[in-house]
Every structure is written in C-alpha cells, then in structure tokens.
Design a protein around this ligand. Structure first.
Ligand code: G3P
Ligand code: MG
Length: 235
C-alpha cells in the first residue's frame, strides 16, 4: 500500500488562492500540506501547463481554449492575484524546493490523451529528484493512464472516476493502478471496504469540511483532496 499524507492540497490551496498557481502551491506548503494535486494539459506549442479547465474563461482574464495559445501567450494572462499560468516544470521545481509530494493529474483535451501523458511524464521523469516519493499519476482518461504506464512504469497510478466503474477491477489491472480516486459524495462505506480488500488505496475528492474528512478517514479512505487544507491539516 502506498504511503500518502491524509490531506492533499487540491490545485494547491484552491479555496484560498488562485487555483493551480505557484501562489496556491506555496500557500499549501505554508499551511502544512506535504502533498499537492494539480491538473496538467498542453499549450498550443505542446508545453505541459498546470491548468484545470479546457478554456481560459473561468480562471484567467483570457478566453477560449487553453490549447489555442502558446506558452508565451498563456504567460501574458492573469490567472488571479497577478499570477501566471505555470508550466509543469515550474510547478515541479516549486514542489521540489518546498518538499511537497505531488499528484500529477493528466487532464488532456480530447484527442491529446496519450500525448499529454507522454510529454508531462517525460518532463517529470527528467526533473523529479530520485530521493523523493514518486509522483502519483492520475487521470480520468484511460488512454492517459496507459501511456503513463508505458513512460513511467514504476510510478504509482490512480484511476479517477466520479462513480466507481462496474469493471473497476479489470481497469486497475489493465492500467496497473495503485489507487482509486473517487468523488467523496458518491463513496459508500461498502465501496471503500471492497476497494481496500482488493489491495488498493482509496482517495476522495474534494473534501472541504473537517467532519466529513474525519468520517472518510475513519472508514478507511487513505487521503482526501482539499481546497481548504487550513481546515484539515494539523488538528
Ligand atoms: O484529482 C482529484 C480531483 O482534482 C479530480 O477532479 O475536476 O478537480 O480535477 P478535478
Ligand atoms: Mg484535478
């Protein structure tokens, strides 16, 4: 079984700082997080960047698809508090410096699933220190997980799903997954028990109330993703 901290900062500390920015990851570290999750997709010039949505509108002063702009063009946008959209390389450097473990969520555009995983993991593989916990690589995309297994076979993988797929045992076998990362609101105690009995860790997103996190931990959930690590860490 993987060793993970009970709280993983979701998009950094997304409830307190602009999500998926260097400010958000630094704040998560300041708040006592020892691990953060972030979303990786590709710019028009195929640079892995850390950004959740496929379009720019919600989180920046720009609009339209992320994948339509080059890294240089993305860097001109304001992602909140004057922050830039960071490249994956920049986020990994900050996490390395702040001793944060990482969960790299591959969040590909349709048609770019394998490419996004390959390019992201090539960068991470070349830069992540060998004396740190291996990054956890997760995705809703099965094609991305297949490529992750090919490029970084020894790195742990997590299958993301809103609902537990009926064929989850087959899927975790095909993609060599160590964790199932599920929407906490659909997670029943019976499911947690079944998944754990299969030797997998259960991770739950996105949990922003301490009482709910405590219930999930007590049921055997190994870690929760939280936008509000200030409420969950150290207590
Ligand atoms: O990886 C956990 C969680 O981030 C998955 O959903 O949409 O927040 O990326 P989302
Ligand atoms: Mg995510």
């Amino acid at each position: 079984m993987l060793s993970l901290p009970p709280v993983i900062g979701h998009r950094g500390a997304a409830g307190l700082a602009p999500e998926n920015t260097l400010e958000s990851f630094a704040l998560a570290a300041d708040l006592g997080c020892t691990m953060v999750e972030f979303d990786v997709r590709l710019s028009a010039d195929r640079v892995p960047v850390v950004f959740h949505d496929d379009i720019l509108d919600r989180c920046t002063d720009g609009s339209g698809p992320v994948a339509a702009l080059t890294l240089a063009q993305l860097k001109r946008l304001d992602a909140g508090d004057g922050q830039q959209i960071p490249s994956l390389a920049e986020v990994l450097a900050l996490c390395r410096d702040r001793h944060l473990a990482v969960n790299i969520e591959i969040k590909p555009d349709v048609g770019a699933e394998a490419e996004t995983a390959r390019l992201a993991l090539e960068i991470a593989g070349a830069s992540w220190p060998t004396d740190r916990p291996l990054p956890l690589v997760s995705s809703f995309s099965h094609q991305a997980l297949a490529m992750a297994r090919q490029v970084a076979p020894h790195w742990p993988r997590g299958l993301l799903a809103e609902r537990l797929p009926k064929d989850w045992r087959r899927l975790i076998d095909i993609y060599g997954c160590n964790t199932l990362n599920l929407d906490h609101s659909r997670l029943t105690p019976k499911r947690v028990t079944e998944i754990k009995a299969a030797g997998l860790a259960v991770l739950a997103y996105t949990v922003n109330r301490r009482s709910r996190a405590e219930m999930l931990w007590s049921r055997g959930v190994l870690a929760v993703f939280s936008d509000r690590p200030d409420l969950l860490v150290r207590g």
